[in-house]
Design a protein around this ligand. Structure first.
Ligand SMILES: [Zn+2]
Ligand SMILES: [Zn+2]
Length: 275
């Protein structure tokens, strides 16, 4: 039987590997992409910083156990957040960098309040991508430790942490008819199976109200939209390329998001580029 300290090391390594795998995919794609090079380079760096933040939180967990209640755990997240704030301030897209610079000088209590506001918001009026990026390593550590986050769950959201779906994926179905659909969580990085013909935002299930849009430029990508609530999720077909990591590969086809926006559709949860 392994001792707790060994388990902790195993958890930490698994999370390092997950963030490193995403960083490596982003680095690889950035080499071949022209339009998406900057967002992919930023993503690669962000994943590496998030991996270190996760390791730091994991270290804190050894001294004072994480509870899954953010009101109790937030001080640890704030304490470990300096490197991510600096990275976003220096390397982020203009909007995010400005927010990160402003927050770098804030009192720790205010930084904590912002994370709690993000955590508790049912549907935020203003997106807060910086809090989302800061909380991801925390929630991912909770997932690996099997500690349920204390956050209300909602239909169409992550069954583990209540996060919104930022991208969808299609994989070969085990029993063979077509592909099954998964939604990926913007907060914990987990994924869950979801009906193919259902809007994650409003639960519409009339196929005539759920159009799919594709482009010859990105054969693995489609925009899965809903005429009822005018929202959409971008879906990546992993049956065409199993190496794809949906939240990373998403960044290659930002022009499809711009097109969807021009058609009056809102993405349910923007991806790493904030679009
Ligand atoms: Zn989640
Ligand atoms: Zn809908």
């Amino acid at each position: 039987m392994r001792r707790p300290a060994e388990d902790a090391v195993a958890v930490s390594r698994a999370i390092d590997v997950a963030f490193e795998r995403r960083a490596e995919r982003a680095r690889l794609l950035a080499g071949g992409a022209v339009a998406a090079r900057e967002p992919l380079r930023f993503a690669a760096g962000l994943y590496r910083v998030q991996g270190r933040l996760a390791a730091a939180l994991e270290g804190l967990h050894g001294r004072r156990a994480l509870t899954g209640r953010l009101t109790e755990d937030v001080a640890g997240v704030v304490e470990a957040s300096g490197e991510l704030l600096r990275f976003a301030a220096e390397n982020g897209p203009a909007g995010l960098a400005g927010v990160a610079r402003a927050r770098s000088g804030e009192a720790k209590s205010l930084c904590g309040s912002r994370l709690l506001a993000f955590w508790d918001a049912d549907r935020p009026t203003e997106p807060d991508y910086l809090s989302r990026a800061l909380l991801r390593p925390y929630v991912e550590i909770l997932a690996k430790l099997g500690i349920a986050p204390d956050r209300p769950l909602r239909a169409g959201h992550c069954p583990f942490c209540g996060g919104a779906p930022w991208v969808a994926a299609r994989r070969s179905a085990a029993e063979g008819d077509g592909a099954s659909r998964f939604l990926a969580c913007a907060v914990c990085g987990g994924e869950w199976s979801f009906a193919r013909i259902r809007c994650p935002a409003c639960s519409e299930h009339n196929p005539e109200r759920l159009p799919c849009f594709r482009s010859d430029t990105y054969p693995a990508v489609r925009i899965e939209a809903c005429e009822t609530c005018r929202r959409y999720v971008k879906s990546i077909d992993l049956t065409l390329d199993a190496r794809a990591i949906p939240e990373v590969d998403d960044l290659l086809s930002l022009s499809m998001d711009l097109w969807a926006e021009s058609e009056g559709f809102d993405r349910i949860e923007p991806g790493l580029a904030g679009i």
